[in-house]
Design a protein around this ligand. Sequence first.
Ligand code: 5GP
Length: 197
Amino acid sequence: MKLLEERIQRDGMVKAGNILKVDSFLNHQMDVDLFDRMGQEFKRLFADAPINKILTIEASGIGIACVVAQSFHVPVVFAKKTQSLNIDGEVYSSKVTSFTHQRVYDIIVSKKFLSPEDHILIIDDFLANGCAVTGLMELIRAAGATLEGVGIAVEKGFQTGGQQLRDMGIRLESLAIVEAMDDTTGKITFREQPHQN
Ligand code: 5GP
């Protein structure tokens, strides 16, 4: 999505450790007009999928997921990060290794909000090694729901998550795929995606 790529070029900052900082418009301060355009693009890309629910993970996925959900006119459920001790039979749970914080935590969703009737679109801000998305997929599987696809704002194409999901046959649309980035020069290059606006 050209608009998002231009914004990343303008306001994104490449940090050491393969971190792209986009906190002035995506995951700290949030540009909801940009989110709205992203929501419309996801709606166009997944137009033929019978999506009735969006699933994301707290915290930084929630803002984007809510605006995307407006384009689909469906509810959003977010997986909560929690301590293992609190987990009981009322929730679906799985484990996620945090890319940014380098630790493992449990994520949960109440059984009330995921069911076999659900057709889910996963939305998140970043895709790196794919742990967050894989954890969400595990919740969907446990609930017997159907995964329709995964929508990501920024995929780091030089990390393994995107390739793994595509190899599994999962329908993945990332609005910007960073092919390479350099924390000394700040240079960012994107993968061409001719089917996107
Ligand atoms: P994964 O689970 O795919 O390895 O990493 C995805 C999660 O880590 C996202 O939910 C996002 O919050 C965080 N993340 C991964 N890479 C980056 C990055 O370069 N910048 C920021 N801001 N967050 C990232």
